[in-house]
Write a protein that binds this ligand. Sequence first.
Ligand code: CO
Length: 653
Amino acid sequence: MADKTSDPQSRHPLTPLSVPEIEAMRGVLERESLLTDATRVSYVTLREPSKQDVIAWRPGVRLPRQVALLLTDLSTLTLTELVLDLDREAVVERREVDAVEKGSAPSFDEDLAGADPIVKADPRWVEAVAKRGVTDLDKVVVVGLSAGIFGYSDEVGVRMVRALAFRQDYPSDSVWAHPIDGVVAHVDLTNKKVLRVVETEVMHVPEESGDYLDPAVRGEYRTSLKPISITQPEGVSFSLQDGVLAWENWKVRVGFNGREGLTLHQLSFHDRGVDRPILYRGSIAEMVVNYGDPTPTHAWQNYFDVGEYQFGRLANALELGCDCKGEITYVDAVVVDDHGRPTTLPNAICIHEEDYGILWKHTDDFSGTSEVRRQRRLVISFFVTVGNYDYGFYWYLYLDGKIELESKATGIVFTSGMPSPDYPYATELAPGLGAPVHQHLFSARLDMTVDGIRNSIDEIDAVQVPTSEENPWGNAFTRSVTRLRSEKQAVRDAKGSVGRVWQISSAEHTNRLGAPTSYLLHPEESPTLLAAEDSSIRRRAGFAGHHLWVTQHHPDEQFPAGDQVNLNPGFGGLPSYIEQDRSLEGEDLVLWHTFGLTHFPRTEDWPIMPVDYAGFTLTPNGFFDRNPTLDVPPEPSGHCAATTEGSGGCGCS
Ligand code: CO
């Protein structure tokens, strides 16, 4: 992100790393002879100062500026975690990582294309695709994908991808329409050879075009849509200064890194004369896309888009205009390539405000008043493209204190052949073209500070009450509140039948009625990881097995599937963090929320998929003493154009 503060002394300690800082980092690596032709640089992130120091920070105080990163030596495959101090221009921490035990570096840019020449030079693979009617290798696109861990002894200690192939009939053709299925190559990138070619049945390559831009496929554009314009003639209601976004009562610091993408920091709501903290840090810290087709050519398909692909680096640079309507403020993001060089992604973050229908409304029969107020939300978003899929992540802040995260999944579904029309693990999208079932499971890391650092967590369920002396008509129902006292107790799942929510409450502050101030996490009741208990992916994506995990904050515990995710054998991240079973009562709590989509592809998802949504909300619950939006004024009259007789009001949603 562009560093707009000239005076480094007054720059906030969470200001994202700038281009000059990345260049300084690279200078230190060069001076220390840590950068050779064989060196690759991954996971470059700001090493954030301690929460206490950041909260206590005042302009003029200089906290250490440190960078954490991972170095890979491709010639020896040694991994080294480093922390550099930018002020001292020195390496201050250095740790070797056992890649076999702890996982390898994420995918490098060269990996994706690197498999192509290796695979095309392998006679076994050439013969296999020829059997499937493909002999012109110039029309074959080979995609090297993260390999996972499946017990092959010859894959231990090397960098691996598994390669699937597609036919592309012309340069702008959609390759996903023409999978060359029934064959996969297991590629050792270290020794540049194909370890094995796995073949299943011979299927014809689906022929129908998936080129959704081709008039022959899409038809003529419709002409019936009239423009909808959003105008804000007096400008926007928010400001962005030195990385702090202020809108209505909200303040939030906007961050970005190449691994997690957008990060929100020190989110607070101005009330009772102070900025009351709610969320210290929020991000999408991991996501896994796991496929459910057991065919040997597809059973290994699991992609960790954060840990294996550093999806922040894949953020769309929206130079040509935001995907959002209205008055948009853009923020650039700075990411770092595999060689430690900074890249600025222009306009990677979009900020705008949206009308969101009715905030509150009442026509009172007795007082004769009829009032309506309109809801708005502030939107902070970014979009990434990871191979075939595109994901948007939209944080919404509402006037009434609600916080929402919405992920949007679009792009192209991953395709396959279709072994038979009634194959239970894929949907037929076009003749002979399948799309394997899969899940997109996200892990939101929510480092909470509800009215301060000391928080507690409860699970709240609606409960029936049996008919009894106290409940003679049997109409009663109430709620059960169960304190989750330790980390192992706080591994929980959503339950829609009882409206389960989790309450994060302050251990120090109460509202005017004496109840602890709190926020509720509302999960969507969607499936968690559906792979078998003894599957490889369950070991590696343990976090995805439950909707909720809660840990006591520790600065080294940042990633739900572990620090190094690619080729990681598993058991790292959340399942290992909670082994300590630390207390969660009145402690510094981090919530880890798994949510997502279980995707049985539809024919309507082809040849490009309309956005599907998943997310969660955080709502104030006794955080405010009353509805905090009574001071929202009515809309100026004459704001709506009415075309139907008699509908002059502004009440429509
Ligand atoms: Co999907």
